[in-house]
Each structure stands twice: as structure tokens, then as C-alpha cells.
Design a protein around this ligand. Sequence first.
Ligand code: HGY
Ligand code: MN
Ligand code: MN
Length: 408
Amino acid sequence: MIDFQTLGQTVMARLETLGKISQSPDYLDRRYLSEQHKRANQLIDKWMTAAGMRSWQDQAGNIWGRFEAEQSDAPRYIMGSHLDTVPNGGKYDGMLGVVAPITLIEALHVEGIRLPFHLDIVGFGDEEGTRFGSTLLGSRALTGQWAASWADLQDEDGISLAQALENFGLSFDNVSEATIATENLKGYLELHIEQGPVLEQRNLSVGVVSAIAAAKRFEITVTGMAGHAGTVPMPMRLDTLAASSEMILAVESVAKEHGVVATVGQISNRPNGVNVISGKTVFSLDVRSAQDFQRDDAIADIMDRLDNIAAKRNLALEHRPTHSAHAVQCDDQLQSVLCNAIAAQDIGVHTLFSGAGHDAVAMADICPVAMLFVRCEKGISHHPAEAITTEDVSATLAVLNHTLQSLK
Ligand code: HGY
Ligand code: MN
Ligand code: MN
């Protein structure tokens, strides 16, 4: 008999341990192909082995474990999520979706329960895109979507993705070997915190995802002329930071007009001196919507507004696309398996949309996908106050167990 309450405590303790692996002593920050990524993979590997799984690392630095079926030619399901974090992030975003299934598999292993399919658990090395600006690098290695140009993507220290792979003991040239065969792949399931307030409002511990937002990201570069803060008259300035401020407010108002979400989350400014007019400002732009066309209409309008502001101020403007993901509909059949598993725990069944992007977006290119959301306190995420309860994790494990026992 599986004790889900004890399993829930084990998951929470493991997330606490994993949450301490950070490049900063003050907050959680774990980036792709870093020393901390390596240590996280080693810890996950240890837990996978304890769960009776065969484990390995692929050529993109993703960590894998297989819970073998009785039959070697059995079909395959993949469950997973990401092990990287945003800077000063929470310890559940991504990690819950790797640690929870491993811990449940350990209980099945101890009970001698086997599944009629191979269950592979994958911990993706990069989903957030914190280090190299792009995103879903881990899951897009599985779907064979890495672009040759990504070798030159650089982090804030000027280290290229190709160099970072070398430093990690891998090679950009071999990443294509991480592409997976799909003949016997039946589907991909991802367990993830909701990162929103809906389940809490409805007093539900879990929910089923219906669809995942369409997203596009850009790097916007505004180029003007640095100058002396005391001597250049206002009308003669080519001030890129002032222009960027006007542009960022324009992003906000266009998003409201179009009913999409648009965020400028990252900005760098040169020369960034207290007594110097800014000559070059670079900021990120992230635009999302439930529909691809709605996202693209808003982006077209935003870019027009930015171009007009740059022209009015005699500044140069460039926008470089860094990420694009179409909206994803989750698989109906897998959704109903999850809904039945939730109902079997006497939990109300609710399906909801995901404004956040997930590895399921990449995996949807190669197989049916479904996601199970877990309530998180006040919907807070990408913040150290991100929190879930042991009770909700225990309920989630019971739902997951029912799901795995129902899949064919
Ligand atoms: O940006 C996102 O939606 C996800 O957290 N990477
Ligand atoms: Mn995230
Ligand atoms: Mn996430």
C-alpha cells in the first residue's frame, strides 16, 4: 500500500535539498551547463538510481531515468520538467515535475509494481533561457530543433553556448544525438506548479491544463550617443535610456489595447554612468497570448510604436527574435485520463489555460502532451516566496499514481 502522505514529505525534503544548489549564496539561481547544473544532475541521478531506474545524461546535458516495463518492446511515455531556475526564483518551478514522479516510481519499485510501458523521466537542463536568452534548449534538443546559429549565443560573461557545452564535457556538434525516436512514444506528461491564482481561488489542489500560451521574445537594441550630462542641451541629446523608458511604457499600453501580456524583464544600459547620457540600451521583450494571431498583431503594433519613437528621437533601433513558440492544445485523451484520476481522489475537476510556457510546448512537436497543475500559494512564482503544501503534493502523487495505472 503506497503511503502518499510520507511520499509527499519525501518530495518536499528533496526539493529543499535541490533548492540549495545555486550559483548565489543569497538566492536560488541555477543556470544551464553551470557547475550547479552538474550538481543538480548528480543529485537527480542518485534519486533515480534509488528508484530502481536506469539513468543517463544526454548530449544536451538533460538527465534521464527509465523505469523499465516487463516487455522490452513496450511503448514509452515520458514525464519531465526543467531543473534550471530564473534568478532569485522559487524551488518548485520545474523541479517538482522531476522529483515527484521519481519519488512515486521509487514507491512502485519497492512494491514490485511494474507498468505496461517504459516510463522515462527527464530533467531538462534549460527551459527558462536565463543564461543564453533563448529558451526550451533542453526539450528542443529532444525534438531536434537546435539551430546551428545557437552555438554563438552568449551568456552575460561572453561565454558561447558551444563553449559552455565543452566546459560541461559535451560538444555542440553532438547535441543532435539527443534527438529522440518517436515510433513507440505514446505521450509526454508534465507536472508543474500553476504559477497563477486559479486553483487557490477554487480551493483545488490540482488542475488539468487545456492549452499553453503562444509566446515570442526579442532583444531590442537602441543606439544613440553617449555624452556629458552637464553640457549637452536637452534638444540635442541622443539619449537611449530615456527613449527606452518611453518605449517600455508603449509596450505596456499596446498590450492592454490588444488584451495580451507583454513584459520587458531585462535591461542593460551603456555606459551606465551617473553623469553620462546613455548611448546604448538593450532590453528584452516577451509577448504572449492564447492565440498566435493575437500575439502577432500585438507585436506588429508594438514594433511600429518603437520605430516611431526611435525615428522621433533620431536613434537607431534593432529587434532580434530570440524565441518563438506557437500556442499548444493539450491532448484530449491524456487530459481525460488526468481528469478521471483527479475525480477518483474525490477532488473537483477543473481545466485551465497556462499563460506560462513549459517544456510541453517543445514536446508537442513530436507527441501528444498533457499537464497537471499543482496549486501554489497566491499564484506566486519566479520569486523566492513560491510555495506549495505537502498535502497538495501528496494529493498530486495519488492522482499521478492513478494516471500511470490507467495509461496503456
Ligand atoms: O517564461 C515562462 O513562461 C516559463 O517560466 N519559462
Ligand atoms: Mn519558470
Ligand atoms: Mn517552469
